[in-house]
Design a protein around this ligand. Sequence first.
Ligand SMILES: [Cu+2]
Length: 509
Amino acid sequence: MANSTDARRRVSRRTALLAGGGVAVAAIGTYAGLREAKVIGSSASLIGPDSPLVSEAADQRPATGRTHRVDLTPRVGSVTLAGTPAATWLYGGNSLPGPEIRLDAGDRLVATVRNYLPEPTTVHWHGIRIRNDMDGVPSLTQKPIAPGAEFTYDFRPPDPGTYWYHSHVGMQRDRGLYGPLIVTDPADAGAYDHDITVMIDDWLDGLGNTTPDAVYKRLTSGNRTGITQSIFDQTSPWGPQLGDVRYPMHLINGRPPEDPPTWTAKPGERLRLRLINAAADTSYRVALAGHSMTVVQADARPVKSVTVDTLLIGMGERYDVTVTLKAGVFPLVAAGEGRDRLARAIVRTGSGSTPPADTRPDELTGKLLRYADLAPVEPPTSAAKPDRTDLLLLSELPGPNFRWAINDHLYPHYAPVPIHPGERIRVRFQNGSAMPHPMHLHGHTFTLTGAGKGIDAGGAGVEKDTIVVGPTDTVDIDIDGDNPGQWLLHCHNAYHMMAGMATVLSYRS
Ligand SMILES: [Cu+2]
C-alpha cells in the first residue's frame, strides 16, 4: 500500500532523472501512454511535482478543515446498454459513470484508488487548480498505479464548479473510467430547484467485440474503413472534419437514448444542468426541447447570463445552464456534431408519452452559444500584458499513420512551454488541420484574449481550462504562472492525445 508521501518520494527519484539537463529521459513503463518521456531542450531548472514550491502554492489555497473520503476501485466489469451487454472497465461496482463526488470548495478530498485492472492506471481531476503531485499524469506527475497497488490522492479543490475525474492512461478514459466531480459553493443560495449532472459520452467499448485500443490500433494502421471512418459536416462551425471514429452509441449518465435517464419536476421549477462532455471523439450540440437555456458557468467559471437555444460542447468542456420548466415531457438531447446519432435524457413535468428515441428538437438549429457570447462576471484577476508569446502549431503530420503533433513533436517527445513562477505568458494555438482540437491545460484556468475567428473578438477575459481551436483558426490564451509544477497541455480528443498531441507547461526556477 502506497500513501501519497511514498508516491512523492517515488516521484522525486523520477524528477532527479529529469533534472539532469540536456535531453532527459524518464523510463516509466511500457504500456501505451506510459512511454518514455523525452524532453527537448534543457530541463536543468525544472520545478518538479516534489518541489517545496508545489506544497507552498497549495497551502495558500482556501481550507474549510473538513475532509471527504472516497474509494475508487477501477476494475473489469460490464454494463447493459438498452439490453445489450458490454464488457468494460469501471470505477467500482457496475456504476457508469463512476460515483459522483460532491464537496465544498476548500474541503479536503482523500481519494484512495486501488487498482484491480490488468494495467497501470492514474486518476486525473479535470479542471481543478490542484497541486501538481496529485494531477494524475503518468510519467509526468506520478508513477502510474500498478495492478494490485493503491495510491491516495489528497488535495483541496479551491474553486466551486463542475469538474470531472478520469483515467489518464492510454485509452482507459474511453472505457467507463470517468465520473463527475462537483465542487459546491457554501455561499451559493442556489437559485434553482434541482441540481442535475449530465455526463455525455460516446461509447463503443465491448460492443461488437471492439475496444478503444483496437480502434486506435486501426487508426494508426492507416485503415479508415468501417468504424474508423472520418466524420464530416461542412455546415458546422467546427467542421469540416469532426471526428475519426463512428461511435455506435452515445450516452447520458451511462444510458443510451432508448433507455434514457428521466427527471421529474413541476412546471415553473428551475433546473441547473451541469453539462459535461466526457467523450473521446465527439462534440455535442445540446438542447432541451421547448426551452431556451441560460448559460451561467463555462468550465466552472461564472459567466454573465446569456440565453441560447443550443450549445456546442467540445471534449473536456463543461457548461452550467439554468432552465425554467414548462409543462409536458421534454427530451434533453445531445446530438453528436456531424453525426446521425444522439444521446438524450427526459425531463417530465406533466403527463404525456415519451417521444421517439431519435427525436431532434428544433432548438438544435436555433441560437447557438459562441465563445464571443461569454463574458466574465468579475473582471479578470490579472489584465497585465503577457511577458511573451509561445506559438503552438497543431497539425497532423503527413503520412497515413495518424500522427497528431504540437510543433511537429509527438508526445512523449515534446518541446515544453517554459514559465517562471509569477510570470504571465501568452500561448497562441495555430490550427493547421481540418479538425477542431479541444485544447486542455491542467492545473490552471487560462484567460481568453478575444483573438481567434472561433472567438470572434469576443469572450475577452473569460477564464476556461479547455478551448476548442477550430480548423485553420488561431486562438490566444493568457496563463498566469501561479501553480508551480509540470502540467500537461493537450488535445482532449482521446485519439489525438494518444497519437502525440500534447506538450507540457513547464515551470522553471
Ligand atoms: Cu485534436
